[in-house]
Design a protein around this ligand. Structure first.
Ligand SMILES: Nc1nc2c(c(=O)[nH]1)N[C@H]1C(S)=C(S)[C@@H](COP(=O)(O)OP(=O)(O)OC[C@H]3O[C@@H](n4cnc5c(N)ncnc54)[C@H](O)[C@@H]3O)O[C@H]1N2
Ligand code: MOO
Length: 415
């Protein structure tokens, strides 16, 4: 794989306040897959993995024409009723096909999933006919091919069934199994380092005093990474000391394809992530027109991209979803994506300054979008309460109950 360029995140001269769409487009254009390929990974290990090459069907599905119902098979159509046909001896069952030929004008007992015997192409449901004295009585017409599943109607042999860069789902794994694919090539899991920073931040379990807070971002971001199917590299927590931040980033660069940091990225005296990246890497501080999450640092550190998320948990979550998830997908060999949302009426009022897009914690109840009562960027309860985000674009000013707003469920980010 090609390495990323050191200055890949640099902003064009004079740009300092970037609309969300532009920021996303810029990210998209500068990233590419950085992971290797695991060859011939068996079906049982494919859930959530990213396909590295297109897959073609080694055989058709279904492989033979077969009956969709329990009933009687014959050569269709039936256009004139009542119709009486003699039944041949024997039957065709799933796993025990009838090997003889059914003569013209005759019918045969058939069960669901059984191969259509030679001489038949149509099946009548057993509820829609009568059998007396080895004779089949039909009282309704039937089209030729009724209740019969044609060989290859779902998948033809050698047809492309899945395309490279798809994230394999349980249902796609079923497609692979249906045509007998035992193993496929997938991208190696993206290794994502998670690092928390801040003198006031302490890992859960450590002793704390009143001026210290527990680290909420590390477990949240680690769970996000795992949920997306990537591998978490725990870079732990460091204090606001340039040398500690640098050492952690060095460990990360040696072990990871991407590093997610939180905190210490704005321009404060103790914002050592941005300072360290400035001194030893190639940083671009993107002031994105989004709330929450105005400061977002994108940097290259010793060849590894670093996404510097804001420290406030809500801003860290929103930025990790909005910018991190498509970026990670692209680096991991998947496709860049624009999370799909839908417009639903708001059940709230809100006044908004134009010029910045806003992402609110939201959920749907009774077909309407409700938002969390507080927009405070440190309110973790609103994160847990929410089932998605409302995205109000840069131009929005006033939302009233009934105004359509764009709701993006968390599932649209791959969760
Ligand atoms: N003069 C300015 N000050 C600030 C600005 C600004 O534009 N000008 N932006 C504000 C916004 S918005 C945010 S967001 C923060 C981002 O700053 P940092 O990324 O440097 O974050 P910190 O200052 O380190 O932390 C912010 C906040 O979050 C808490 N935090 C940090 N890490 C964690 C964690 N792992 N778990 C839970 N909470 C965490 C931290 O204690 C702070 O309260 O800057 C504003 N200031
Ligand atoms: O990113 Mo800050 O948390 O917008 O509030």
């Amino acid at each position: 794989m090609n390495e990323l360029r050191n200055d890949c995140f640099a902003l064009p001269p004079g740009v300092n306040w970037t609309p969300v769409d532009e920021a996303l487009e810029r990210l998209r254009s500068r990233l590419h897959p950085v992971v290797g390929v695991d060859r011939a990974v068996p079906l049982a290990q494919l859930n959530g993995r990213l396909l590295a090459s297109d897959v073609y069907a080694p055989r058709a599905h279904p492989p033979s024409s077969n009956s969709a119902v329990d009933g009687y098979a014959f050569a269709g159509p039936i256009t004139q009723v009542p119709c009486v046909m003699p039944l041949v001896e024997g039957r065709s069952a799933a796993g025990a096909p009838y090997t003889g030929q059914v003569p013209e004008g005759h019918a045969i007992r058939i069960l669901t999933g059984a191969v259509m015997p030679t001489g038949t192409d149509t099946v009548v449901l057993e509820e829609d006919c009568e059998v007396t004295d080895q004779q089949l009585h039909l009282n309704g017409t039937l089209k030729a091919g009724a209740n019969c599943r044609q060989a290859g109607e779902d998948i033809k042999a050698r047809e492309r069934i899945l395309t490279a860069a798809s994230r394999l789902t349980p249902t796609q794994i079923a497609v692979l199994a249906s045509v007998g694919v035992e193993a496929v090539d997938v991208y190696q899991r993206l290794r994502v380092g998670v690092l928390s920073t801040g003198d006031e931040v302490k890992p859960v379990g450590a002793p704390v005093t009143d001026w210290q807070i527990y680290d909420a971002n590390h477990p949240m971001l680690s769970a996000l990474v795992t949920r997306l199917g990537y591998q978490v590299v725990d870079l732990g927590h460091v204090r606001d000391r340039a040398e500690e931040v640098q050492a952690a980033l060095e460990r990360g660069a040696a072990q990871c394809d991407l590093i997610l940091t939180s905190g210490g990225i704005s321009a404060g005296d103790e914002d050592h992530v941005s300072k360290t990246l400035q001194a030893h890497g190639d940083i671009s501080n993107w002031r994105i027109a989004i709330k929450p999450g105005r400061p977002l640092a994108l940097a290259m550190f010793q060849g590894t991209p670093v996404v510097g998320l804001p420290g406030n948990p809500v801003a860290a979550w929103v930025c990790a979803l909005r910018f991190g998830t498509p970026a990670m997908a692209l680096l991991a060999g998947g496709e860049w994506f624009e999370p799909q949302g839908y417009d639903l009426p708001a059940n709230f009022s809100k006044r908004k300054k134009p010029g910045r897009s806003e992402m609110l914690r939201a959920r749907i109840r009774q077909g309407q979008v409700e938002v969390f009562g507080s927009e405070g960027s440190g309110r973790v309860t609103g994160l847990a309460w929410s089932e998605g985000l409302v995205e109000l674009d840069e131009g929005a000013r006033q939302i009233e109950p009934g105004t359509p707003v764009r709701f993006i469920p968390y599932s649209s980010f791959g969760l």
